[in-house]
Design a binder for this molecule. Structure first.
Ligand SMILES: [Zn+2]
Length: 308
């Protein structure tokens, strides 16, 4: 839950503690806050939008986390008291029942996934999801704010103002933090939607082990790799597969997915990154990413059959 000021934070905490006490049963009832002198009554539904950023949190007909968990307990704690963007976060510790998640019906469908910088995800069936390139889209604005804050740091130095009292510096600092937060949120939203889309549609999901740490060491790749957050995508697909009874198969890092013809299986040698499509001597013509995804699927199914 998000609270935007100290006052709202304490309000939020009181509401949470009330809701925890009543096991979220009576959140439609008014809540009395404060001590004898400052007592006032709040209707949980009238709390400002900012305080209740998780709107379903308050709606007792639709319990927390869209019915995914039964709320059993009980304690709450304050995490990261002040976010750089000036917001507060309150996190709840809840006991959850994993088995209450509905496992999706079994199906035969399997998919291979190729990830890339230009096309974010290509499936073996040819579906493509574009890379949102969130950081690229906000880079200009970010750079402008960073230049501004470095100027303001200089000014503060000259006038010997401590930075925590330099008002304009502080304003810019919050704007930078909010922009980072926005980038983070767009990225996270995109990854949640993509990973859920795959887990929902396929029983077996084959992925290439990307070796992200090595990619991050390459300075020309590092920014786009970290912006794409493939590691987070894989993490989400992995745990969602586990939740919903799907199977996640990782294909070895050195499997030459781009070099093999998915039609005849012959190895055709390395392809530079510029080669987007190619023809095999067997007559098949390939889209680079889709061919790689098909090979990942074939290899993934082989790995899977060896497991059993
Ligand atoms: Zn071929």
């Amino acid at each position: 839950m998000l609270c935007s000021s100290q006052q709202k934070l304490s309000e939020g905490l009181s509401i949470i503690s009330f809701l925890v006490k009543t096991d979220f049963q009576n959140s439609r009832r008014n809540i009395t806050l404060g001590n004898r002198a400052t007592r006032r009554t709040i209707n949980p539904r009238s709390v400002s939008r900012e305080t209740r950023s998780e709107s379903r949190f308050w709606d007792s007909s639709r319990p927390l986390y869209r019915d995914r968990f039964r709320i059993q307990t009980r304690s709450y704690q304050l995490r990261s008291p002040i976010d750089p963007s000036g917001k507060f976060f309150v996190s709840l510790n809840l006991k959850t029942r994993r088995e209450s998640i509905k496992i999706l019906p079994l199906s035969e469908s399997a998919v291979g996934i190729d990830v890339g910088v230009s096309t974010y995800i290509t499936t073996s069936e040819g579906t493509k999801i574009e890379n949102p390139r969130v950081l690229d889209k906000h880079l200009k604005k970010l750079a402008r704010l960073q230049r501004k804050i470095s100027r303001q740091t200089q000014v503060a130095k000259k006038t010997k103002t401590p930075l925590d009292q330099a008002k304009n510096y502080q304003k810019t600092k919050i704007r930078i933090a909010r922009l980072h937060e926005k980038i983070r949120n767009i990225r996270r939203d995109h990854i949640h939607k993509s990973s859920w889309g795959l887990v929902k549609s396929y029983q077996t999901i084959c992925f290439e082990d990307l070796g992200i740490e090595d990619m991050l060491k390459n300075p020309s790749l590092a920014r786009s790799v970290s912006d794409a957050s493939w590691g987070e995508l894989i993490r989400q697909i992995e745990y969602k597969s586990d939740w919903y009874g799907r199977e996640f198969v990782k294909v070895g890092r050195h499997f030459p997915s781009t070099q093999i013809c998915s039609g005849c299986g012959s190895k055709q040698g390395p392809k530079t990154i510029g080669v987007r499509s190619w023809d095999c001597s067997c007559g098949a013509s390939h889209d680079r990413d889709m061919n790689a995804a098909r090979n990942i699927l074939i290899e993934g199914l082989r790995v899977k059959s060896n497991r059993v």
